[in-house]
Ligand binder design. Structure first.
Ligand SMILES: [Zn+2]
Length: 179
């Protein structure tokens, strides 16, 4: 059968305390980089703004990196605020670590499930594919996708990874017949 697909519907927000109003949510908006040259070294930042007061701050993407260490296409992408480069930069775990922020995926993704199976014999095997690294708990995702209670999920699902541990990578599970 077709895989279920987890994909983002927009860029996630960032959990980051605003220095101006103490709100804890920021957005990269449409996505804007700032590039600053200092001799042969470049700084690259991703601009984010507070969702409450619009205060703009910068997340470090590259710090004093030699110009020649950049792929020219990448550099063009920073200068043109390329939306794909904005997304890959924001979703790179290194950015979050370096800037001490976490991504807030609430409402920023969806689960696409192909039409429910018919004429399939139990047990049914399902594969989940992640197009974007959205952190999900398998038991919740499966309960949502199958319209089952969490108890039913624990009873009827056999999974190759722990059901309660958050993952952001693909996995498969098997649905056993109901009572
Ligand atoms: Zn603010």
């Amino acid at each position: 059968m077709l895989p279920w697909v987890v994909r983002r519907t927009r860029l996630p927000l960032l959990s980051r305390r605003c220095v101006n109003c103490r709100s804890e949510s920021a957005t990269a908006g449409e996505g804007r980089f700032r590039v600053n040259a200092n001799g042969k070294l470049l700084d690259v930042w991703l601009l984010v703004r507070c969702v409450s007061c619009d205060w703009t701050s910068k997340l470090t993407v590259h710090e004093r990196a030699p110009v020649r260490s950049f792929d020219p296409a990448e550099l063009d992408g920073y200068l043109a605020n390329d939306p794909e480069l904005v997304a890959s930069t924001l979703l790179d775990p290194l950015l979050a670590r370096r800037n001490r922020v976490t991504l807030d995926w609430t409402g920023a993704w969806r689960l696409d499930t192909p039409s429910p199976w018919v004429d399939e014999a139990w047990p049914v095997k399902v594969e989940i594919v992640f197009e974007d690294p959205v952190p999900v708990r398998p038991e919740r995702l499966i309960a949502h996708g199958l319209g089952l209670s969490r108890n039913e999920v624990l009873r009827r699902i056999k999974c190759d990874i722990p059901l309660r541990r958050t993952t952001r990578a693909g996995f498969t599970f098997t649905v056993m017949a109901g009572d």
